[in-house]
Design a protein around this ligand. Sequence first.
Ligand code: PLP
Length: 256
Amino acid sequence: MFDSKTIRKDFPILDRMVNGRKLVYLDSAATSQKPTSVINALTNYYENYNANIHRGIHTLSEEATEAFETTREKIRLFIDAAENREVIFTKNATEAINLVAQTWGRQNVLTGDEIVITPMEHHSNFVPWQQLAKEREAKLVFLPLTDDGQIDLPAAEKLINKKTRVVAVTQMSNVLGTINPLNELAKLAHHVGAVLFVDGAQGVPHLPTSVRELDCDFMAFSLHKMLGPTGVGVLWGRETLLDAMPAYMTGPSVPT
Ligand SMILES: Cc1ncc(COP(=O)(O)O)c(C=O)c1O
């Protein structure tokens, strides 16, 4: 049973009055509100062990590093990834997508290659691929949708071909609510030697997600849409692909 009264108690912001009424918040797909446990964890960090991670040998730094790495392991378990080094922290899903387009993409997409996306993508999973296509003189190919907003799989079978380097698709569309057949798309992509990039910004908060079962190659998502703090995103990638990629940003401020 969905007990909204009990759940409301977890979110202090819902005690706010707006226009003379108790707040009703329906914009969670854009960004979710934060429960007390998350707010307390952030306050506890800043009050008790805020320090530089991976770059200090004092107590606070070791505690902060331990918390950081424990979070990475929790995320690995949450998405059923094989290795925790496959979990990369970014500032949001958009940065995770740009990271792959500008590193893996620049290395692997060449003139005349094809990048396959869909018309139901969020701008974050469209513009980085559009820019890459422009830079590389590659072609951006759109998979057509059926009248009920699903990917037309027979058409996809024809459009995903030997020229395709990447199929970049949302797990769950923020436009249509469609949940895409990622297993089928992974098969089609892998059959022609392409990779499947999944925008999990809506899917991961709403669906149990196993990157291994989906058989995708990269996945991006964002914690601010799933009760977590603003400013933390995740890129998951297969270890072999990540190992072969050049650095996206350089300098000492990038946590490894
Ligand atoms: C499907 C989808 N992809 C990407 C994004 C961008 O997410 P972020 O704010 O983490 O960059 C959103 C945000 O609404 C989204 O719904």
